[in-house]
Write a protein that binds this ligand. Structure first.
Ligand SMILES: Nc1ncnc2c1ncn2[C@@H]1O[C@H](COP(=O)(O)OP(=O)(O)O)[C@@H](O)[C@H]1O
Ligand SMILES: [Mg+2]
Length: 440
Protein backbone atom coordinates (compact mmCIF):
# COMPACT_ATOMS: atom_id res chain seq x y z
CA UNK A 1 0.00 0.00 0.00
CA UNK A 2 1.21 3.50 -0.78
CA UNK A 3 1.99 5.42 2.41
CA UNK A 4 -0.65 8.10 2.91
CA UNK A 5 0.42 11.70 2.27
CA UNK A 6 -0.19 14.50 4.72
CA UNK A 7 -2.58 17.15 3.38
CA UNK A 8 -0.47 19.78 5.11
CA UNK A 9 2.66 18.73 3.24
CA UNK A 10 0.97 18.26 -0.15
CA UNK A 11 -0.82 21.61 -0.01
CA UNK A 12 2.26 23.37 1.38
CA UNK A 13 4.50 22.15 -1.43
CA UNK A 14 1.84 22.48 -4.17
CA UNK A 15 0.87 26.04 -3.32
CA UNK A 16 4.48 27.16 -2.89
CA UNK A 17 5.51 25.72 -6.26
CA UNK A 18 2.40 27.28 -7.85
CA UNK A 19 3.06 30.73 -6.41
CA UNK A 20 6.74 30.55 -7.41
CA UNK A 21 5.88 29.57 -10.99
CA UNK A 22 3.28 32.34 -11.28
CA UNK A 23 5.76 34.84 -9.89
CA UNK A 24 8.43 33.77 -12.41
CA UNK A 25 5.88 33.98 -15.24
CA UNK A 26 4.86 37.49 -14.19
CA UNK A 27 8.53 38.43 -13.86
CA UNK A 28 9.41 37.28 -17.39
CA UNK A 29 6.41 39.22 -18.73
CA UNK A 30 7.49 42.34 -16.88
CA UNK A 31 11.10 41.98 -18.07
CA UNK A 32 9.97 41.49 -21.68
CA UNK A 33 7.78 44.60 -21.70
CA UNK A 34 10.33 46.70 -19.84
CA UNK A 35 13.08 45.65 -22.25
CA UNK A 36 11.04 46.76 -25.28
CA UNK A 37 10.16 50.09 -23.71
CA UNK A 38 13.71 50.67 -22.57
CA UNK A 39 15.09 49.94 -26.05
CA UNK A 40 12.67 52.43 -27.57
CA UNK A 41 13.70 55.10 -25.08
CA UNK A 42 17.43 54.50 -25.49
CA UNK A 43 17.06 54.44 -29.31
CA UNK A 44 15.23 57.75 -29.40
CA UNK A 45 17.84 59.28 -27.12
CA UNK A 46 20.55 57.93 -29.43
CA UNK A 47 18.92 59.40 -32.56
CA UNK A 48 18.35 62.67 -30.75
CA UNK A 49 22.04 62.86 -29.83
CA UNK A 50 23.14 62.17 -33.42
CA UNK A 51 20.88 64.91 -34.72
CA UNK A 52 22.19 67.35 -32.12
CA UNK A 53 25.87 66.65 -32.83
CA UNK A 54 25.51 66.77 -36.62
CA UNK A 55 25.04 70.61 -37.07
CA UNK A 56 27.94 71.28 -34.67
CA UNK A 57 30.17 68.85 -36.58
CA UNK A 58 29.21 70.41 -39.93
CA UNK A 59 30.12 73.87 -38.69
CA UNK A 60 33.39 72.63 -37.25
CA UNK A 61 34.45 70.81 -40.45
CA UNK A 62 33.48 73.63 -42.82
CA UNK A 63 35.30 76.20 -40.72
CA UNK A 64 38.56 74.25 -40.87
CA UNK A 65 41.35 75.99 -42.60
CA UNK A 66 43.78 73.13 -43.11
CA UNK A 67 43.39 70.07 -45.31
CA UNK A 68 40.45 67.85 -44.71
CA UNK A 69 41.95 65.44 -42.30
CA UNK A 70 40.78 63.54 -39.35
CA UNK A 71 40.54 65.41 -36.16
CA UNK A 72 39.77 64.38 -32.65
CA UNK A 73 37.51 66.43 -30.50
CA UNK A 74 39.40 67.38 -27.39
CA UNK A 75 37.69 66.45 -24.22
CA UNK A 76 37.29 68.98 -21.45
CA UNK A 77 38.77 66.61 -18.98
CA UNK A 78 39.41 62.87 -19.03
CA UNK A 79 36.08 61.10 -18.65
CA UNK A 80 34.54 57.79 -19.55
CA UNK A 81 32.24 58.32 -22.48
CA UNK A 82 29.16 56.18 -22.93
CA UNK A 83 28.33 57.61 -26.32
CA UNK A 84 31.00 57.84 -29.03
CA UNK A 85 30.63 59.14 -32.58
CA UNK A 86 32.36 59.30 -35.93
CA UNK A 87 31.83 61.79 -38.74
CA UNK A 88 32.88 60.54 -42.19
CA UNK A 89 32.64 61.87 -45.77
CA UNK A 90 30.79 59.91 -48.45
CA UNK A 91 33.96 57.91 -49.25
CA UNK A 92 34.22 56.78 -45.63
CA UNK A 93 37.19 58.97 -44.61
CA UNK A 94 37.05 60.00 -41.00
CA UNK A 95 36.68 63.78 -40.57
CA UNK A 96 35.87 63.99 -36.90
CA UNK A 97 35.66 61.59 -34.02
CA UNK A 98 34.87 61.82 -30.32
CA UNK A 99 37.91 61.66 -28.12
CA UNK A 100 37.97 57.92 -27.33
CA UNK A 101 36.04 56.57 -30.31
CA UNK A 102 37.62 53.45 -31.78
CA UNK A 103 36.93 53.48 -35.58
CA UNK A 104 37.20 49.66 -35.67
CA UNK A 105 33.99 49.21 -33.74
CA UNK A 106 31.81 51.25 -36.16
CA UNK A 107 29.98 49.94 -39.24
CA UNK A 108 32.13 49.83 -42.39
CA UNK A 109 29.26 50.89 -44.64
CA UNK A 110 27.46 54.17 -44.09
CA UNK A 111 23.93 53.34 -42.86
CA UNK A 112 21.15 55.84 -42.33
CA UNK A 113 19.28 53.84 -39.70
CA UNK A 114 19.58 51.95 -36.43
CA UNK A 115 21.83 48.90 -36.38
CA UNK A 116 23.49 46.71 -33.78
CA UNK A 117 26.73 44.82 -33.33
CA UNK A 118 27.48 42.34 -30.55
CA UNK A 119 28.53 45.11 -28.19
CA UNK A 120 27.00 48.36 -29.51
CA UNK A 121 23.87 49.99 -30.82
CA UNK A 122 24.40 52.47 -33.70
CA UNK A 123 22.47 55.25 -35.29
CA UNK A 124 23.63 56.72 -38.56
CA UNK A 125 22.44 59.85 -40.39
CA UNK A 126 23.63 61.89 -43.39
CA UNK A 127 23.60 65.62 -43.97
CA UNK A 128 24.78 68.25 -46.52
CA UNK A 129 23.50 66.27 -49.55
CA UNK A 130 24.90 63.06 -48.24
CA UNK A 131 28.47 64.39 -48.20
CA UNK A 132 28.77 64.04 -44.43
CA UNK A 133 27.73 61.03 -42.37
CA UNK A 134 27.52 60.75 -38.61
CA UNK A 135 27.31 57.52 -36.70
CA UNK A 136 26.77 57.47 -32.92
CA UNK A 137 27.50 54.28 -30.96
CA UNK A 138 26.24 53.38 -27.55
CA UNK A 139 27.45 50.30 -25.64
CA UNK A 140 24.70 47.66 -25.15
CA UNK A 141 26.13 46.89 -21.71
CA UNK A 142 24.08 49.71 -20.19
CA UNK A 143 20.77 48.39 -21.47
CA UNK A 144 21.63 44.87 -20.37
CA UNK A 145 22.61 46.06 -16.91
CA UNK A 146 19.36 47.95 -16.50
CA UNK A 147 17.28 44.88 -17.40
CA UNK A 148 19.36 42.50 -15.26
CA UNK A 149 19.08 44.86 -12.32
CA UNK A 150 15.35 45.01 -12.70
CA UNK A 151 15.01 41.20 -12.97
CA UNK A 152 17.17 40.69 -9.87
CA UNK A 153 15.12 43.25 -7.93
CA UNK A 154 11.95 41.40 -8.85
CA UNK A 155 13.52 38.03 -8.04
CA UNK A 156 14.50 38.97 -4.50
CA UNK A 157 11.01 38.83 -2.96
CA UNK A 158 10.91 35.13 -3.94
CA UNK A 159 13.53 34.38 -1.27
CA UNK A 160 11.01 35.60 1.31
CA UNK A 161 7.93 34.45 -0.52
CA UNK A 162 8.85 30.75 -0.76
CA UNK A 163 9.33 30.03 2.97
CA UNK A 164 6.48 32.39 3.91
CA UNK A 165 4.08 30.69 1.52
CA UNK A 166 5.12 27.23 2.69
CA UNK A 167 4.87 28.03 6.38
CA UNK A 168 1.68 30.01 5.90
CA UNK A 169 -0.02 27.14 4.11
CA UNK A 170 1.29 24.70 6.70
CA UNK A 171 -0.06 26.74 9.59
CA UNK A 172 -3.34 27.53 7.88
CA UNK A 173 -4.04 23.92 6.93
CA UNK A 174 -3.17 22.84 10.46
CA UNK A 175 -5.56 25.45 11.80
CA UNK A 176 -8.31 24.32 9.43
CA UNK A 177 -7.77 20.68 10.37
CA UNK A 178 -7.77 21.22 14.14
CA UNK A 179 -11.23 19.68 14.53
CA UNK A 180 -10.16 16.68 12.47
CA UNK A 181 -7.17 16.19 14.79
CA UNK A 182 -9.44 16.49 17.82
CA UNK A 183 -11.70 13.89 16.24
CA UNK A 184 -8.71 11.61 15.72
CA UNK A 185 -7.67 11.92 19.38
CA UNK A 186 -11.24 11.23 20.45
CA UNK A 187 -11.22 7.95 18.50
CA UNK A 188 -7.75 6.93 19.67
CA UNK A 189 -8.31 7.65 23.34
CA UNK A 190 -11.51 5.69 23.80
CA UNK A 191 -11.54 2.29 25.46
CA UNK A 192 -12.18 -0.93 23.56
CA UNK A 193 -15.69 -1.31 24.95
CA UNK A 194 -16.80 2.25 24.26
CA UNK A 195 -19.13 2.24 21.26
CA UNK A 196 -20.95 5.50 21.99
CA UNK A 197 -21.13 8.00 19.10
CA UNK A 198 -18.11 10.25 18.64
CA UNK A 199 -18.72 14.02 18.80
CA UNK A 200 -18.51 15.57 15.33
CA UNK A 201 -18.69 19.28 16.18
CA UNK A 202 -16.84 21.72 13.96
CA UNK A 203 -15.61 19.16 11.45
CA UNK A 204 -15.13 20.35 7.84
CA UNK A 205 -18.00 19.36 5.54
CA UNK A 206 -15.88 16.78 3.70
CA UNK A 207 -15.00 14.92 6.91
CA UNK A 208 -18.39 15.46 8.52
CA UNK A 209 -20.10 12.89 6.30
CA UNK A 210 -17.38 10.33 7.04
CA UNK A 211 -17.70 10.97 10.78
CA UNK A 212 -21.46 10.58 10.62
CA UNK A 213 -21.07 7.29 8.75
CA UNK A 214 -18.64 6.10 11.43
CA UNK A 215 -21.20 6.97 14.08
CA UNK A 216 -23.90 5.07 12.20
CA UNK A 217 -21.56 2.10 11.99
CA UNK A 218 -20.79 2.30 15.72
CA UNK A 219 -24.49 2.48 16.43
CA UNK A 220 -25.22 -0.63 14.36
CA UNK A 221 -22.30 -2.44 15.96
CA UNK A 222 -23.47 -1.51 19.45
CA UNK A 223 -26.99 -2.70 18.73
CA UNK A 224 -25.73 -5.98 17.29
CA UNK A 225 -23.51 -6.62 20.33
CA UNK A 226 -26.22 -5.59 22.75
CA UNK A 227 -28.77 -7.87 21.14
CA UNK A 228 -26.29 -10.76 21.28
CA UNK A 229 -25.59 -10.11 24.95
CA UNK A 230 -29.19 -9.65 25.91
CA UNK A 231 -29.99 -12.87 24.08
CA UNK A 232 -27.38 -14.74 26.17
CA UNK A 233 -28.55 -13.12 29.39
CA UNK A 234 -32.24 -13.68 28.63
CA UNK A 235 -31.80 -17.30 27.62
CA UNK A 236 -29.76 -18.00 30.74
CA UNK A 237 -32.43 -16.26 32.78
CA UNK A 238 -35.24 -18.18 31.10
CA UNK A 239 -33.42 -21.44 31.77
CA UNK A 240 -33.37 -20.82 35.54
CA UNK A 241 -36.99 -21.74 36.24
CA UNK A 242 -37.16 -25.00 34.23
CA UNK A 243 -33.80 -26.10 35.66
CA UNK A 244 -34.91 -25.35 39.21
CA UNK A 245 -38.19 -27.19 38.60
CA UNK A 246 -36.38 -30.23 37.16
CA UNK A 247 -33.97 -30.23 40.12
CA UNK A 248 -36.84 -30.12 42.61
CA UNK A 249 -38.67 -32.91 40.78
CA UNK A 250 -35.67 -35.23 40.69
CA UNK A 251 -34.94 -34.60 44.39
CA UNK A 252 -38.54 -35.40 45.25
CA UNK A 253 -38.44 -38.56 43.12
CA UNK A 254 -35.25 -39.73 44.85
CA UNK A 255 -36.97 -39.70 48.21
CA UNK A 256 -39.40 -42.40 47.11
CA UNK A 257 -36.70 -44.70 45.70
CA UNK A 258 -34.53 -47.00 47.79
CA UNK A 259 -30.79 -47.45 47.10
CA UNK A 260 -30.07 -49.31 43.90
CA UNK A 261 -29.26 -48.79 40.23
CA UNK A 262 -32.29 -46.53 39.68
CA UNK A 263 -31.30 -44.32 42.61
CA UNK A 264 -27.71 -44.13 41.20
CA UNK A 265 -29.04 -42.99 37.85
CA UNK A 266 -31.19 -40.41 39.56
CA UNK A 267 -28.14 -39.04 41.38
CA UNK A 268 -26.33 -38.76 38.04
CA UNK A 269 -29.28 -36.88 36.55
CA UNK A 270 -29.26 -34.55 39.55
CA UNK A 271 -25.53 -33.82 39.02
CA UNK A 272 -26.11 -33.10 35.35
CA UNK A 273 -28.94 -30.71 36.16
CA UNK A 274 -26.71 -28.92 38.71
CA UNK A 275 -23.99 -28.55 36.05
CA UNK A 276 -26.58 -27.10 33.71
CA UNK A 277 -27.63 -24.67 36.42
CA UNK A 278 -23.99 -23.64 36.95
CA UNK A 279 -23.50 -23.16 33.22
CA UNK A 280 -26.54 -20.91 32.90
CA UNK A 281 -25.35 -18.94 35.94
CA UNK A 282 -21.86 -18.48 34.46
CA UNK A 283 -23.29 -17.51 31.07
CA UNK A 284 -25.36 -14.85 32.75
CA UNK A 285 -22.31 -13.56 34.59
CA UNK A 286 -20.30 -13.51 31.35
CA UNK A 287 -23.06 -11.60 29.56
CA UNK A 288 -23.04 -9.03 32.35
CA UNK A 289 -19.25 -8.81 32.39
CA UNK A 290 -18.98 -8.29 28.65
CA UNK A 291 -21.90 -5.88 28.47
CA UNK A 292 -21.75 -2.23 29.41
CA UNK A 293 -22.91 -1.09 32.82
CA UNK A 294 -19.77 -2.05 34.75
CA UNK A 295 -19.83 1.35 36.42
CA UNK A 296 -22.38 2.73 38.82
CA UNK A 297 -23.33 6.37 39.23
CA UNK A 298 -22.00 6.73 42.78
CA UNK A 299 -18.76 5.57 44.36
CA UNK A 300 -18.49 2.95 47.09
CA UNK A 301 -15.82 1.55 49.36
CA UNK A 302 -14.41 -1.64 47.87
CA UNK A 303 -12.87 -2.77 51.20
CA UNK A 304 -16.23 -2.72 52.90
CA UNK A 305 -17.80 -4.47 49.94
CA UNK A 306 -15.09 -7.13 49.99
CA UNK A 307 -15.67 -7.80 53.69
CA UNK A 308 -19.37 -8.38 53.04
CA UNK A 309 -18.76 -10.64 50.05
CA UNK A 310 -16.22 -12.78 51.92
CA UNK A 311 -18.52 -13.04 54.99
CA UNK A 312 -21.37 -14.07 52.76
CA UNK A 313 -19.19 -16.62 50.94
CA UNK A 314 -17.90 -18.02 54.24
CA UNK A 315 -21.46 -18.40 55.56
CA UNK A 316 -22.54 -20.40 52.50
CA UNK A 317 -19.46 -22.64 52.68
CA UNK A 318 -18.41 -22.76 56.36
CA UNK A 319 -16.11 -25.79 55.81
CA UNK A 320 -13.67 -23.72 53.67
CA UNK A 321 -10.98 -21.61 55.28
CA UNK A 322 -10.65 -18.07 53.88
CA UNK A 323 -8.49 -15.44 55.60
CA UNK A 324 -9.22 -11.84 54.74
CA UNK A 325 -6.59 -9.14 55.32
CA UNK A 326 -7.54 -5.47 55.06
CA UNK A 327 -5.58 -2.34 56.03
CA UNK A 328 -6.19 -1.17 59.63
CA UNK A 329 -8.14 1.84 58.52
CA UNK A 330 -9.13 3.70 55.42
CA UNK A 331 -11.31 3.07 52.44
CA UNK A 332 -10.86 2.63 48.71
CA UNK A 333 -13.55 4.40 46.76
CA UNK A 334 -14.37 3.19 43.26
CA UNK A 335 -17.27 3.52 40.86
CA UNK A 336 -17.18 -0.09 39.67
CA UNK A 337 -20.60 -1.72 39.74
CA UNK A 338 -21.13 -3.61 43.03
CA UNK A 339 -22.60 -6.71 41.39
CA UNK A 340 -19.69 -6.89 38.95
CA UNK A 341 -17.20 -6.60 41.83
CA UNK A 342 -19.01 -9.37 43.72
CA UNK A 343 -18.99 -11.64 40.66
CA UNK A 344 -15.25 -11.01 40.24
CA UNK A 345 -14.41 -11.79 43.89
CA UNK A 346 -16.62 -14.90 44.01
CA UNK A 347 -15.07 -16.34 40.87
CA UNK A 348 -11.56 -15.80 42.22
CA UNK A 349 -12.45 -17.30 45.62
CA UNK A 350 -14.23 -20.18 43.93
CA UNK A 351 -11.14 -20.94 41.83
CA UNK A 352 -8.76 -20.67 44.78
CA UNK A 353 -10.85 -23.11 46.84
CA UNK A 354 -11.57 -25.46 43.95
CA UNK A 355 -8.10 -25.62 42.40
CA UNK A 356 -6.04 -24.91 45.54
CA UNK A 357 -4.53 -27.66 47.72
CA UNK A 358 -7.18 -29.46 49.80
CA UNK A 359 -7.64 -28.20 53.34
CA UNK A 360 -5.27 -25.27 52.94
CA UNK A 361 -6.54 -21.76 53.64
CA UNK A 362 -7.03 -19.18 50.91
CA UNK A 363 -5.61 -15.72 51.56
CA UNK A 364 -7.46 -12.74 50.24
CA UNK A 365 -6.35 -9.17 50.82
CA UNK A 366 -6.96 -5.65 49.60
CA UNK A 367 -4.27 -3.00 49.85
CA UNK A 368 -4.80 0.70 50.39
CA UNK A 369 -3.48 1.24 46.83
CA UNK A 370 -6.47 -0.69 45.50
CA UNK A 371 -4.86 -4.06 44.71
CA UNK A 372 -6.95 -7.16 45.34
CA UNK A 373 -4.84 -10.26 45.94
CA UNK A 374 -6.04 -13.87 46.14
CA UNK A 375 -3.40 -16.49 47.01
CA UNK A 376 -3.77 -20.25 47.39
CA UNK A 377 -1.50 -23.27 47.68
CA UNK A 378 -1.19 -25.28 44.50
CA UNK A 379 1.40 -26.87 42.31
CA UNK A 380 3.11 -24.45 39.91
CA UNK A 381 1.29 -23.83 36.63
CA UNK A 382 3.65 -23.65 33.60
CA UNK A 383 3.99 -20.17 32.14
CA UNK A 384 2.60 -21.03 28.69
CA UNK A 385 -0.55 -22.55 30.24
CA UNK A 386 -0.85 -19.58 32.57
CA UNK A 387 -0.95 -17.22 29.60
CA UNK A 388 -4.02 -18.92 28.14
CA UNK A 389 -6.16 -19.45 31.23
CA UNK A 390 -8.13 -16.23 30.70
CA UNK A 391 -9.63 -17.50 27.47
CA UNK A 392 -13.12 -18.93 27.49
CA UNK A 393 -13.40 -22.69 28.09
CA UNK A 394 -9.66 -23.05 28.72
CA UNK A 395 -8.82 -25.13 31.81
CA UNK A 396 -5.64 -26.72 33.05
CA UNK A 397 -6.75 -28.70 36.07
CA UNK A 398 -9.18 -31.28 34.69
CA UNK A 399 -9.48 -33.29 37.92
CA UNK A 400 -12.10 -30.91 39.33
CA UNK A 401 -15.45 -29.98 37.84
CA UNK A 402 -15.59 -26.70 36.00
CA UNK A 403 -16.48 -24.97 32.78
CA UNK A 404 -13.38 -22.86 32.10
CA UNK A 405 -15.41 -19.62 32.25
CA UNK A 406 -14.41 -18.24 35.67
CA UNK A 407 -11.23 -16.43 34.63
CA UNK A 408 -12.83 -15.31 31.35
CA UNK A 409 -15.58 -13.60 33.38
CA UNK A 410 -13.00 -11.99 35.70
CA UNK A 411 -10.93 -10.85 32.72
CA UNK A 412 -13.97 -9.28 31.03
CA UNK A 413 -14.89 -7.36 34.20
CA UNK A 414 -11.30 -6.24 34.74
CA UNK A 415 -10.85 -4.87 31.21
CA UNK A 416 -14.35 -3.38 31.09
CA UNK A 417 -13.74 -1.55 34.38
CA UNK A 418 -10.33 -0.26 33.31
CA UNK A 419 -8.44 -2.36 35.89
CA UNK A 420 -5.53 -4.76 35.29
CA UNK A 421 -5.06 -8.39 36.25
CA UNK A 422 -1.93 -10.50 36.72
CA UNK A 423 -1.84 -14.24 37.41
CA UNK A 424 1.42 -15.45 38.96
CA UNK A 425 2.58 -18.96 39.64
CA UNK A 426 4.48 -19.53 41.86
CA UNK A 427 3.02 -16.83 44.08
CA UNK A 428 5.31 -13.89 44.99
CA UNK A 429 7.80 -14.91 47.71
CA UNK A 430 6.86 -18.60 47.53
CA UNK A 431 8.07 -21.77 45.86
CA UNK A 432 4.60 -22.76 44.63
CA UNK A 433 1.00 -21.61 44.75
CA UNK A 434 -1.07 -19.35 42.52
CA UNK A 435 -1.65 -15.66 43.03
CA UNK A 436 -4.13 -13.45 41.23
CA UNK A 437 -3.65 -9.69 41.46
CA UNK A 438 -6.29 -7.20 40.33
CA UNK A 439 -5.33 -3.54 40.47
CA UNK A 440 -8.31 -1.13 40.47
N1 LIG B 1 -6.48 -20.14 42.12
C1 LIG B 1 -6.08 -21.09 41.24
N2 LIG B 1 -5.19 -22.03 41.59
C2 LIG B 1 -4.80 -22.96 40.70
N3 LIG B 1 -5.23 -23.04 39.45
C3 LIG B 1 -6.13 -22.14 39.04
C4 LIG B 1 -6.58 -21.11 39.89
N4 LIG B 1 -7.46 -20.34 39.22
C5 LIG B 1 -7.55 -20.87 37.99
N5 LIG B 1 -6.75 -21.95 37.86
C6 LIG B 1 -6.59 -22.75 36.66
O1 LIG B 1 -7.15 -22.02 35.57
C7 LIG B 1 -8.12 -22.78 34.87
C8 LIG B 1 -9.20 -21.88 34.37
O2 LIG B 1 -9.94 -21.32 35.42
P1 LIG B 1 -11.45 -20.96 35.19
O3 LIG B 1 -11.50 -20.12 33.96
O4 LIG B 1 -12.00 -20.38 36.43
O5 LIG B 1 -12.15 -22.34 34.84
P2 LIG B 1 -12.63 -23.48 35.84
O6 LIG B 1 -12.47 -22.97 37.21
O7 LIG B 1 -14.02 -23.69 35.46
O8 LIG B 1 -11.75 -24.65 35.54
C9 LIG B 1 -8.59 -23.80 35.89
O9 LIG B 1 -9.01 -24.97 35.23
C10 LIG B 1 -7.36 -24.04 36.74
O10 LIG B 1 -6.57 -25.04 36.19
MG1 LIG C 1 -13.37 -21.25 37.90
Amino acid sequence: MKPSQSIQKTLGIGLTVGVTLLWLLALSGAVYVAQNKLNQLFDSALAETAQRIMPLAVVEIINREGPQQAQQVMSFEAHDEHLVYLVRDEAGNILLQSHNADPALFNKTLLNEFSSSKTHRFYGASAVQNTLHIEVAEPLRQRREAITEMAVTLLWPLVLLIPLCFMGTWAFVRYSLRHVLAYLTAIESRGSGDLTPIKVEGLPAEIHTIAESVNHLLDRLRRAIESERSFTANSAHELRTPIATALAQIQRLQKGVSAGPIKDRMVKIETTIRDLSNLSEKLMQLAKAEGGGLFSAEQHDLMNLLRMIVDDFQRSRPEKKVTLTLPQSGAFMSSIDQDAFAILVRNLLDNALKHGAKGRPVEISFSSEGVLKVVNDSSVIPADTLAQLRQRFVRSNTAVQGLGLGLAIVDAIVSGAGATMAINSPATGRMDGVEVLVAF
